[in-house]
Design a protein. Structure first.
Length: 329
């Protein structure tokens, strides 16, 4: 049984609290958030303790592991403090908003010896994981093209977008990790950004983008992102290989189809947003983390993966602004 503390009682903190509380090998021990009664409210839902200062989490002898769900600029400081206190860490993406922050902390990050895993939950989505396993098993031969479609149902408020680091660091970061999961090292990034919503354009960020990634193997990934989608949270993936293709479709609450005089084969909308769509992925991500901590093995998505995804986000940002592909050394 792993005693887990959650730092940050916001949107993702709620997802992790629910997941930890429901996990048979985890105990939600402590929730931390400095603002208002956020920590106390979330903790009391699950009979956990609460605090306002992250130092209390790091000093707590009962806490074995920490889930970092604080705002992105606090990820490195919280990760390092937890690791120094000998706690295992499951940290949310992205590792930072700027590679300069990663570089400034690189010696300390390299010195971390406690288990650290990053929240690239899509690797653990049962459909995407099944596609990945089938590719690894050679079911479609050599992988030639990967297409990742990720559209949110609605854009977050402009205030969030202003501090998010931009669409590539905030949203596409998951897809960069998925592309690396399937294709390995990426050598070239070409991104096209779109300004579809004038309110988001005013923040200076794109609200939709198409990115192509060339892998060292010669395979190419295409990532299609949009901050809004009229039909809901659109999350699909296709892997195309020499001998076949694999397709992971959208997930719905059930598989019933309606046909009448107006429509044929009409289905429910897609599951609404990340909490519902990726509930299994968060659960399996947590299981992988607990398994690695308890077995003393290396967690599947470490600091190097988080840094590689951020590097791709920075290259995509540069490419979308310059209109030129960016080669990665
Ligand atoms: N993996 C995913 O699917 C996913 C989904 C959403 C968000 N995220 C990531 O999770 C992080 C948080 O995002 P969010 O949407 O939950 O944001 P949020 O603003 O809803 O929550 C962040 C919380 O952290 C708290 N906080 C601020 N300073 C703190 C401190 N010093 N110590 C402890 N808590 C502090 C805030 O009060 C807030 O409650 C971001 O890095 C985001 O990219 C990941």
């Amino acid at each position: 049984m792993l005693n887990i503390a959650i730092i940050g009682a916001g949107r993702i903190g709620h997802v992790h609290a629910r997941t930890v509380a429901a996990h048979p090998q985890a105990n939600l021990a402590l929730v931390c958030d400095p603002f208002g009664d956020a920590a106390q409210k979330l903790a009391s839902q699950y009979g956990a303790r609460s605090c306002k200062d992250a130092e209390e989490v790091f000093a707590d002898p009962e806490v074995d592991a920490v889930v970092v769900g604080s705002p992105t600029p606090l990820h490195i400081p919280h990760l390092l403090a937890a690791a120094k206190a000998d706690k295992a860490v499951l940290c949310e993406k992205p590792i930072a908003l700027d590679m300069k922050d990663v570089e400034a902390a690189s010696a300390e990050l390299d010195a971390v010896t406690t288990p650290v895993m990053f929240g690239f939950n899509r690797r653990f989505d049962p459909s995407f994981a099944t596609v990945h396993a089938a590719v690894q098993d050679g079911k479609i031969g050599a992988l030639e093209q990967l297409t990742i479609i990720s559209r949110d149902p609605a854009a977050p408020p402009a205030e969030y977008i202003k501090v998010s680091g931009g669409i590539f660091r905030d949203m596409t970061i998951h897809d960069f990790d998925t592309a690396r999961f399937f294709l390995g090292d990426i050598v070239e990034v070409h991104a096209v950004g779109q300004h579809l919503d004038p309110a988001i354009a005013e923040t200076g960020d794109f609200d939709a983008a198409v990115v192509t990634l060339k892998a060292a193997s010669g395979a190419v990934a295409t990532i299609i992102n949009n901050r809004h989608c009229a039909s809901g949270y659109d999350q699909r993936l296709e892997a195309s290989g020499r001998d076949g293709a694999l397709l992971a479709e959208n997930v719905r609450a059930h598989t019933v189809r309606l046909s009448n005089a107006e429509v044929t084969d009409a289905q429910e909308p897609y599951l609404d947003f990340f909490l519902e769509r990726y509930a299994d992925a968060y659960r399996l991500e947590l299981s992988a983390f607990i398994e690695a901590v308890e077995a003393g093995t290396t967690p599947p998505t470490g600091i190097a993966d988080a840094v590689a995804a951020l590097r791709l986000a920075e290259a995509a940002t540069e490419s979308a602004h310059s209109g030129q592909p960016v080669r990665l050394a």
